[in-house]
Design a protein around this ligand. Structure first.
Ligand code: FMN
Length: 201
């Protein structure tokens, strides 16, 4: 059975445009994979805590010597990683907030990037340990950045690639705060691309 993990990050929840684009893709994916399994994680409704020194140290503490708090933190991170590991297809719904990805997504990433678990250092440099997955990233923005400085795409490519997730398809809906015409045109184009992608997924 194939599993799809959908990770949303919009403050608007299911009404966010990024969530809607991702939902559209997932609905099409379910139609193509009737026996497939979908797991949803909403980082706005259920945020991963900010990474603190205590939380970071918990990852490295000797498992036999962990305090109660450290055990809870490492188990929480382990669960996030297990959820990610079990999915062959990963869908990220990513609004642009303050020229970057939502801080909730950063906090999530801080809990899934674990040396020796999701990546390792080798003599040839770092090696991602989450291989063989396909990721789809649905990015929504009030303005237009694709022809200028886009901080989100290179960051997401680099981070996911670091974990071994190198097959990443991006879908953008930009200019969503630039009037009805631009907004509608942009959403229509994104939906059109999703339709094409979901047939190939
Ligand atoms: C807190 C916040 C910060 C934002 N910062 C930016 C920004 O830096 N650049 C931009 O183009 N749009 C920005 N926007 C607009 C959102 O990217 C846009 O509304 C998008 O549709 C949000 O995705 P969503 O509908 O999935 O929540 C911001 C919106 C919010 C709520």
């Amino acid at each position: 059975m194939s599993t799809l993990l959908q990770i949303n990050a919009s403050l608007a929840g299911a009404n966010g445009q990024s969530s809607r684009l991702a939902d559209r893709f997932v609905t099409d994916w379910i139609a193509q994979h009737p026996a497939g399994h979908v797991v949803k994680r909403d980082l706005a409704a259920d945020p991963v805590p900010h990474l603190t020194a205590e939380r970071f140290q918990a990852f490295f503490a000797n498992p036999d010597a962990r305090t109660e708090e450290q055990r809870a933190v490492s188990e929480y991170s382990d669960e996030l990683i297990a959820e990610l590991r079990s999915a062959e297809t990963i869908v990220f719904a990513v609004p642009m907030y303050n020229f970057s990805v939502p801080s909730t997504l950063r906090a999530y990433f801080d809990h899934i990037a674990r040396a020796g678990v999701t990546f390792r250092y080798t003599a040839n440099g770092p090696e991602g340990l989450l291989k063989g997955k396909k990721a789809y990233v649905f990015i929504t923005r009030g303005g237009i950045y694709s022809n200028g400085i886009d901080t989100q795409t290179p960051y997401l490519k680099q981070f996911l690639g670091f974990l071994g997730i190198t097959d990443v398809q991006f879908v953008y809906a930009e200019g969503l705060s630039m009037g009805d015409d631009v907004r509608q045109q942009s959403l229509n184009a994104a939906h059109g691309l999703i339709e094409e992608l979901s047939h190939a997924a």
